[in-house]
Design a protein around this ligand. Structure first.
Ligand SMILES: *Cc1c(COP(=O)(O)O)cnc(C)c1O
Length: 278
């Protein structure tokens, strides 16, 4: 268990007005940045979706972001998914939204209520195979699949539950040893194998930008992910026709990612402020 989870009650729903306003301002600034970057890149308004990266934030903070216009959330750690899922689902239901996997598998009878707008709930951090069972009831997509071994284990669990879970293949475009993700040279082959697995729907590719100052280097990684996605789509291989998403770009580099075709940007700090815990 991560230390901050003992020091902060992540299921807390109480938020003071000043903090809620700070988060709402953050959301507005990020949506403005996205709109400006879409326009600068000659892309359609609304072609990039904002995923709020909510690690270390409690339910009250996340609901404040949803009240300000966030329509997709992502957690890094399975323990945080578990700690917050019930509170988030209840908060979303009060506001007329369906959160995450509840929309897909109708675990609470929700499937009949498909008129309610859906807020996707993604896992964006590393997943150890012994935690798959914990996250599947809550999330509708796992963005951090980077091996055939992990994909097969998720697939087996999903089939056993009678559900289909979205997956994005994470690619380590920067080659930095600290990062997860498959080697770019095997991404196409891996995507084709994932496409054949039951219980999974391959929705796209994900990467974390290079941790360097040189913008050309960061952009080159994003551009390579886009070309890889295009190659997978062009292959026409079974199970790859929905592989459209490019989840790339964070607080520091979202404009570069949008210029290179991002469809999802994952943003934490610019919405919620600096994290007090790592
Ligand atoms: C924390 C995190 C983000 C968001 O990072 P910020 O710099 O706070 O915007 C995006 N993606 C992943 C995988 C993360 O862990």
């Amino acid at each position: 268990m991560t230390a901050y989870m003992d020091r902060k009650d992540l299921s807390n729903t109480i938020i003071d007005a000043a903090r809620a306003r700070e988060i709402a301002d953050g959301v507005r600034r990020v949506l403005d940045r996205i709109a400006a970057a879409e326009s600068a890149a000659g892309r359609d308004a609304g072609s990039v979706r904002l995923l709020a990266a909510t690690k270390t934030r409690d339910v009250g903070e996340i609901m404040a972001a949803i009240d300000a216009g966030v329509r997709m959330i992502g957690e890094n750690r399975p323990q945080e998914v578990v700690a917050k899922a019930d509170g988030l689902r209840a908060g979303c239901a009060e506001r007329g939204f369906l959160l995450g996997a509840a929309a897909a598998d109708g675990g609470d009878g929700a499937v009949a209520d498909s008129a309610r707008p859906h807020i996707p709930f993604h896992l964006i951090g590393q997943l150890q195979s012994n935690k798959i069972g914990k996250v599947l009831p809550a999330v509708d997509a796992i963005e951090s699949v980077d091996s055939i071994d992990l994909a097969e284990k998720i697939a087996r669990r999903a089939v056993a539950r009678g559900i289909e879970v979205g997956v994005l293949l994470e690619v380590n475009e920067s080659g930095e040893a600290s990062k997860s993700g498959c080697d770019p040279s095997v991404a196409v082959a891996l995507a084709r194998r994932i496409g054949t697995l039951g219980g999974l729907r391959l929705q796209g590719l994900m990467t974390v930008g290079a941790h360097v100052d040189d913008e050309r280097t960061i952009r080159a990684g994003f551009a390579h992910l886009r070309r890889t996605r295009d190659q997978i789509l062009a292959s026409g291989a079974p199970g790859t026709c929905d592989c459209r998403e490019l989840s790339m770009g964070m607080t520091q580099d979202m404009e570069l990612a949008i210029a290179e075709g991002a469809t999802i940007v994952r943003v934490g700090t610019a919405i919620f402020g600096e994290r007090a815990y790592k």
